[in-house]
Design a protein around this ligand. Structure first.
Ligand code: SF4
Ligand code: MSK
Length: 646
């Protein structure tokens, strides 16, 4: 990679332009720091560096094949891997916990400014979990559900109730493997215990726990987070918006929200529409008022529910500030780089951290809550407006790139599109797969990684797969990559799609690339796959459905946990860049092939996107073959005799 050429680092024009500008402005970005890291530590990359106790750090080499305590490469790599799954699971699950606690406060009347927006979602969830819901008052029902959800975190002896949302056969696999998780918190604590010095040394036992913990994420904390977000803020339905840095405007005060948890950003979307605040912005010299836009998954959350534009994905967080057009960036938790205040120092942007568990040196910390969060949010916006006067016209450069998009495809919305209000169901999708008009379904999820050209793998893969009649579901920064490439514009994606997929999508009015939400919403991908199983005709387990998951440009521990809960659920996962396990043949082999015997799925490292396309098509065809549906779609014309028989 010619690292000096910005085109090798990013794919979209806006990012390339801002990366050039950053260099001209002498502003350091993650791309420069990636270069400065040069050859990254080979022990770290192969997973055989252990610093779990202070006799170490120990590094495994041919001459020193064991750590001081005797730990082998297998033990060390498996412990490190499990700790990554723990990190990812904790992030999603703590996010879920915060939302459950917020719902509890709302139901108790202790959260001014918030309300239960989607009573249907509340009743739907209660029904799913077997909580008596008929004739029950909303707040009383919400409290009962919160009690159940909080129990999912604290249960010491009982298995997670959320596991019951999976197909019966899959639950059987988990029983056989003995990997059903108990309370989420207990699983995480137990993982830290198992991996401390002198406890669990059997790599298979450690990897079993990695899959167990990941289930506590995908079928636990993350699923709960999506369910409660829908109850509090509304179940997403298709919504129009725009993406990329061109959503920022020279004639508005620009505020960016960045991170993952939607509670604060929901309040900001309300406050920003206040006519008094808009008038205040205009009086401050911004003739068109205020632009509120998002970065990363907070962006995905408010995009799906309010159509708030998306300024960019994770590697654009610094580049957004480089436009010189951002008055304030409000960060919450996860994926917010500690470098943001350093970049902001070169412009006039103020970085505001808002979560007590997530402080950043150089950011002002403001807690938007208390008795009147709407007023507090208004005060924050006024603070951004007051900063407008400090914008330096000489440093201002907003790229023109701005792509329209449609997002907001919750499973409920997909069902509605497929079957209409009275017959909402996945039947038409199952039929289209059985008839071979749709080859299968692929979830493309995850981040960007400064080691890869941003968005490139995701975009090549998406385009090629829909050409070959594969329906694509997306979340997180991968969905934002597609948005910037125009692939979330139904007419653009339809023009690229293969004949079968296009016919189906046009008939039901659904685009070929569906934006399902943020990275915590990967549980919605499992939910969709479960609906396919329930609908019938495509096997009785998730491992039988022609479906594959891909994390093309992943970087976060959350992606490791997500990958594990996909594999444990029976869905193969392709990784665009490797796990740090290559230093242990046994650990690597189990994850990339051995797991198949236990779960019917495994990981596959494929660093070239076109090679991934070929492998995915092969995998989908193998599943189709096993189901006995791998034949050309027959267009049977019924004559009168057939019709009478019907
Ligand atoms: Fe070394 Fe063992 Fe301590 Fe790890 S736990 S640092 S391998 S002595
Ligand atoms: S924000 S976890 S970079 S998807 Fe969810 Fe994007 Fe990955 Fe963060």
């Amino acid at each position: 990679m010619d690292t000096n050429n910005v085109q090798t680092r990013v794919s979209d024009g806006a990012s390339a332009l801002m990366l050039e500008k950053a260099r001209a402005d002498c502003v350091e970005t993650c791309f420069d720091r990636a270069d400065a890291q040069k050859n990254q530590c080979s022990f770290g990359k192969s997973g055989v560096c252990c610093r779990i106790c202070h006799m170490g750090p120990c590094r495994i080499t041919p001459k020193a094949p064991k750590g001081i305590c005797g730990a082998t490469a297998d033990t060390i790599a498996a412990r490190n891997f499990l700790r990554e799954v723990v990190g990812g699971t904790s992030a999603h699950s703590d996010h879920g916990r915060h939302l459950v606690l917020k719902l509890k406060e709302v139901a108790q009347g202790k959260a001014p400014g918030y309300r239960i927006k989607d009573e249907m979602a509340l009743r739907r969830a209660a029904k799913l979990y077997g909580v008596a819901w008929e004739d029950r008052e909303v707040n009383e029902l919400a409290l009962a559900l919160c009690e159940l959800f909080l129990g999912e975190f604290t249960a010491q002896e009982e298995y997670l109730q959320t596991l019951g949302l999976a197909p019966q056969k899959r639950i059987g696999v988990w029983n056989t493997m003995g990997i059903q998780p108990k309370g989420i918190d207990r699983m995480v604590v137990e993982a830290m215990h198992r991996t401390t010095m002198g406890v669990d040394h059997d790599y298979r036992n450690l990897l079993d726990h990695a899959f167990r913990v990941s289930l506590a994420d995908g079928w636990g904390g993350a699923r709960i987070a999506s369910i409660v977000s829908d109850i509090l803020f509304g179940t997403p339905t298709p919504v129009n918006s725009t993406s990329n840095l061109g959503v920022l405007r020279a004639d508005t005060v620009n505020i960016l929200i960045h991170g993952h948890e939607p509670a604060l950003s929901e309040i900001l979307t309300v406050a920003v529409a206040d006519p008094e605040i808009i008038a205040y912005a205009k009086a401050a010299g911004a003739p068109a008022g205020i632009t509120l836009a998002g970065i990363c998954c907070t962006a995905n959350e408010i995009l799906m529910r309010h159509g708030v534009p998306v300024a960019g994905n994770v590697l654009q967080q610094e580049l957004a500030i480089v436009t010189g057009a951002v008055e304030m960036m409000v960060i919450d938790v996860q994926c917010c780089m500690p470098s943001l205040p350093d970049v902001a120092k070169n412009y006039h942007t103020e970085i505001i951290s808002t979560a007590d568990i997530a402080r950043t040196i150089g950011a002002a910390h403001v807690k938007v809550g208390g008795a009147d969060p709407l007023k507090a949010a208004g005060d924050l916006i006024r603070r951004a407006i007051d900063n407008f006067k400090n914008r330096d016209a000489a440093k201002l450069s907003i790229p023109a790139d701005r792509e329209p998009l449609v997002a907001g495809f919750s499973v409920e919305a997909i069902k509605y599109m497929l079957g209409g209000r009275f017959r909402a169901s996945f039947r038409p999708l199952n039929d289209a797969i059985i008839q071979n008009r749709i080859l299968g379904v692929v979830g493309i999820v995850g981040c960007n990684n400064a080691k890869q050209q941003a968005d490139s793998y995701t975009n090549i893969l998406t385009k090629e797969l829909i050409k070959r009649n594969v329906l694509v579901l997306q979340t997180g920064c991968a969905a934002i990559a597609s948005a910037k490439a125009g692939m979330l514009r139904p007419e653009v994606a339809l023009a690229e799609a293969g004949v079968g997929l296009r016919e189906v999508c046009e008939t039901v009015g659904m685009p070929p690339v569906l934006h399902l939400g943020s990275c915590v919403d990967n549980s919605r991908v499992l939910e969709a796959a479960t609906e396919v199983v329930r609908e019938g005709g495509l096997g009785d387990d998730l491992s039988m459905v022609p479906a594959v998951g891909v994390a093309p440009e992943w970087m976060s521990e959350k992606a490791v946990a997500i990958g594990c809960y996909f594999v444990a659920s029976g869905i193969d996962v392709i990784l665009g860049n490797p796990f740090y396990t290559s230093g242990s043949q046994n650990v690597n082999d189990y994850l990339h092939s051995g797991a198949r015997a236990d779960y019917g799925a495994s990981f596959h490292l494929i660093e070239d996107p076109m090679a991934a396309v070929e492998r995915i098509i092969e995998m989908l065809n193998q599943k189709r073959e096993a189901l006995g549906i791998n034949r050309k779609a027959e267009r049977k014309l019924f004559d009168m005799k057939d019709r009478r028989a019907m």
